[in-house]
Design a protein around this ligand. Structure first.
Ligand code: NAD
Length: 329
């Protein structure tokens, strides 16, 4: 039986990845500061602990894993990453996690390790035109990410590549572009745009409000990838002989207003959009899937609307439950 370690298994992508690895018959150990929030983990063994602590990391990497997936990071959406208030924690915490995990994997002679980088590594100067952002893998340098989160990801990508060159570790690096789906964070300040907008629309619908607020002018562009496709791409990359970094994202770019309109349409409501100041990140971003298609013969195919229909339904139910309990949203 193959063994996998999933770091960050209490988080959104890690939790879904554990489910998929279990379906494939793996023995899985999950590690996180917390258990998954919305449903029970399917991991055979789930260890709660802090990956910033090298002693803890030595303790959980105590056997030979066939595959290690490193998804743990101090992260969140625009409200967490772009205000500047969390910069020191983001850089310190995530860098320590990566330094520890690579060191111990190397010492235990574990070869294959996946690292989840981000589209946030791409330079600001290539993402100022919302209609024509450039996010091909080679364009990451000269580097100028628009957040410290992006700089840490770039540092860690280089760290993984150094272990690959110097110690022959078979690292696989993906740059994820806005992953969304059920069981993702939808409130509390760390949520991303699709979840935040689903929550706002559901809340307005259930309370009978006639508008929602959108940060910025709504003309900023992004693409969003449904979680199942993210997991599929991740496993394809992990089991290939291509190191990366490579984009894992969708090429279906929309403005934030279009995203909001699509969600309202799914919810069956027509609301006004009130644009308010708020952290936004770059003006435009879209995945460029030429490299992943060339190397792995794979690209995502699910339309944004289909993923949003599933996600909205889940978030509306969460909002309904929270309102019934009298929670403040
Ligand atoms: P998430 O926040 O839901 O999951 C990350 C998990 O890491 C959390 O459960 C958190 O508790 C855990 N963690 C943080 N610090 C830890 C520590 N010191 N010790 C142990 N666990 C710790 O995020 P996610 O959306 O599942 O993202 C997973 C990875 O993918 C992250 O590295 C993220 O940067 C990257 N990524 C995600 C997206 C996206 O759109 N979701 C986009 C680009 C990159």
């Amino acid at each position: 039986m193959k063994k996998a370690l999933v770091c960050g298994a209490g988080g959104f992508i890690g939790h879904h990845l554990v489910k998929r690895l279990k379906k494939e018959g793996y023995w899985v150990r999950g590690v996180d500061l917390k258990y998954p929030e919305f449903s029970e983990t399917e991991a055979d063994d789930f260890v709660i602990g802090d990956l910033r602590d090298p002693y803890f990391v030595r303790h959980i990497i105590d056997m030979k894993f066939d595959e290690v997936y490193q998804l743990a990071a101090d992260m969140g959406g625009a409200g967490f990453v772009f205000t500047g208030d969390n910069d020191a924690d983001i850089m310190h915490n995530s860098a320590l996690i990566n330094l520890n995990i690579l060191d111990i994997c190397h010492k235990r002679n574990i070869k294959r390790i996946f690292y989840s980088s981000s589209a946030c590594v791409y330079p600001k100067y290539n993402q100022e035109d919302p209609n024509n952002p450039k996010c091909s893998e080679g364009s990451a340098y000269p580097a100028m990410p628009d957040s410290e989160y992006g700089w840490e990801k770039l540092f860690s990508e280089r760290l993984y590549l150094a272990y690959h060159r110097n110690y022959g570790m078979e690292v696989r690096i993906a740059r994820y572009h806005n992953i969304f789906g059920p069981e993702g964070t939808w409130r509390g300040g760390r949520e991303k745009a699709p979840a935040a907008l689903c929550r706002k629309v559901a809340l307005a619908k259930l309370r009978g409000d006639d508008y929602i607020e959108v940060w910025g002018d709504g003309k900023q562009t992004r693409s969003f990838l449904y979680i199942d496709e993210c997991i599929e791409g991740t496993l394809k990359l992990m089991r290939s002989d291509f190191t990366g970094p490579v984009n894992i994202g969708s090429e279906e770019m929309v403005t934030i207003d279009q995203l909001a309109e699509m969600i309202m349409d799914i919810a069956g409501v027509k609301l006004k959009i009130k644009h308010v100041p708020g952290p936004q990140g770059v003006r435009g971003r879209n995945s460029d899937n030429r490299l992943i298609y060339e190397k792995l013969g794979w690209k995502p195919t699910m339309p944004l609307r289909e993923g949003l229909e599933i996600t909205y339904k889940w978030i509306e139910e969460e909002v309904r439950k929270a309102l019934e309990k009298g929670e403040k949203l």
